[in-house]
Write a protein that binds this ligand. Structure first.
Ligand SMILES: [Zn+2]
Length: 437
């Protein structure tokens, strides 16, 4: 199949889900995807189905893996109000270099994004700095000031461009109020994203409650604090027959409840983050504040359960929960440090590591980071079909790199993966056919 206008870009010899393909782009869309036949040409010769169409820029992607641009459903961009940690321009730079074509950003900015003018400002700022993307999709506050007592103006926020609603960081303990959030959001055709945490069980905690917290003498929060809230949301979604998206799931108990809910057809969806698939609370044995995150890193058993859940689809998507903090905020005793780790710069390499390990497949990576987030939040995804948006990136599957100031684009470096060698690097990103990285 060919497009009606002449291609502007011709990408040759890229590996897409194990196939060698040539991709033509015209008018910002996929014009054709054809087998390049690289596997049947003699070694050392230039493989591919032929020359680039006249006028098209031709790029040889030999040795690279081709992916659709990813969607990160959970980030904190810190603008407005905390630009010393991150701003929209730097956050989108991290996203672009991380292979993301779209990011959703949480409402706990200062002031809180509970007002349509704030939503519009965020979108305008993103377009000014990154006219061709990555696209910034604000998530509106579910309640005014994230206080949990008064519903935010959800219709106005949706009209201004919010793609979902959440009280992330300050879960709504009042179930009647939360029910209204879910109902009003559904009236706008939007989903509520819930940070599942029982505020009473989590009070004063700085890590997971268990063997490690006992050993180092730090107050922990039990996994049932998350699971209780997950159970509440499942029962509510079932009763209302309305969707609820469960953010950053961290433990086996939650996974078991979500599996039960899905068997019953309850309209809940769920995400976890790469760090919950890779790290345990033992990271905190040396009181490393860079590994302090909420929900906290749990145990080996929880990691095993989450890995199974992303393989089986019980957990629908991956998200980073990119939460930048300045060095001076993290260079404190564990009980004073804020929760959160950055994720946009490292997400693809960490996930690629799971593919290399055989935990996930390339198809899983695309499902967890692109197809399903697109479906849940109603955003376009490049499925490499003719007419799809030409949003894609090339990954060097072998390149080794070390997260550091020199290699990361986020303003903040609060990640436990800092200084550790990763394999797999984003080499180029096109959005709407325009090369942005
Ligand atoms: Zn959260």
């Amino acid at each position: 199949m060919t497009a009606t206008t002449s291609p502007s870009l011709f990408l040759r010899n890229a590996r897409l889900l194990g196939r060698m393909v040539d991709v033509a782009v015209a008018d910002g869309r996929i014009a054709s995807v054809t087998d390049s036949g690289a596997g049947c040409t003699p070694a050392g010769t230039d493989a591919g189905s032929g020359a680039a169409p006249a006028g098209a820029e031709s790029i040889d992607a030999k040795g690279m893996v081709l992916f659709p641009a990813l969607i990160d459903a959970h980030t904190h961009m810190r603008e407005p109000g905390q630009e010393y940690k991150e701003d929209i321009a730097s956050g989108l730079a991290a996203a672009a270099h991380g292979g993301f074509g779209a990011v959703l950003c949480m409402a706990n900015t200062k002031p809180v994004n509970d007002d349509a003018s704030i939503t519009r400002d965020m979108i305008d700022t993103a377009r000014r700095h990154w006219p061709h993307g990555p696209r910034l999709h604000p998530i509106g506050a579910a309640t005014v000031g994230l206080k949990g007592t008064e519903l935010a103006p959800l219709a106005e926020l949706a009209e201004a461009g919010c793609v979902a609603f959440s009280n992330d960081g300050a879960p709504v303990p009042d179930t009647e109020m939360f029910r209204r959030c879910v109902e009003y959001a559904a009236d706008q055709g939007k989903v509520v994203i819930d940070h599942c945490e029982d505020p009473y069980l989590a009070k004063g905690a700085h890590m997971n409650e268990g063997e490690t917290s006992g050993r180092i003498g730090v107050k922990g929060q039990p996994d049932i604090g998350e699971a209780l809230h997950v159970a509440r949301d499942i029962l509510l979604a079932d009763y209302l027959k309305l969707p609820i998206h469960l953010a950053h799931i961290s433990c086996r108990r939650s996974v078991e409840l979500i599996a039960w809910a899905k068997q019953r057809g309850v309209p809940v969806t769920a995400e976890t983050c790469p760090h919950y698939l890779l790290l345990t609370d033992k990271e905190l044995l040396g009181y490393d504040t860079k590994a302090k995150v909420n929900p906290p890193l749990r145990t080996d058993d929880d990691v095993a359960a989450l890995r199974e859940a992303v393989q089986s689809g019980v957990i629908d998507i991956l998200a980073t929960d990119h939460a930048p903090h300045a060095a001076h905020e993290k260079e404190t005793p564990l009980d004073e440090a804020p929760n959160g780790i950055t994720g946009l710069d490292t997400a693809v390499a960490l996930t690629w590591g799971l593919v290399r390990e055989g935990v996930l497949t390339e198809a899983d990576l695309i499902r967890l980071w692109a197809t399903e987030p697109g479906r849940i939040f109603g955003l376009p995804v490049n499925g490499f079909n003719v007419g799809d948006p030409a949003d894609f990136f090339l990954l060097d599957p072998e390149e080794k790199w070390v997260p550091s100031r020199g290699t990361m684009h986020s303003k903040s470096l609060n990640t436990p993966f800092l200084g550790k060698e990763l394999v797999g690097r984003v080499k180029a990103l096109w959005l709407g056919g325009v090369k942005v990285v």
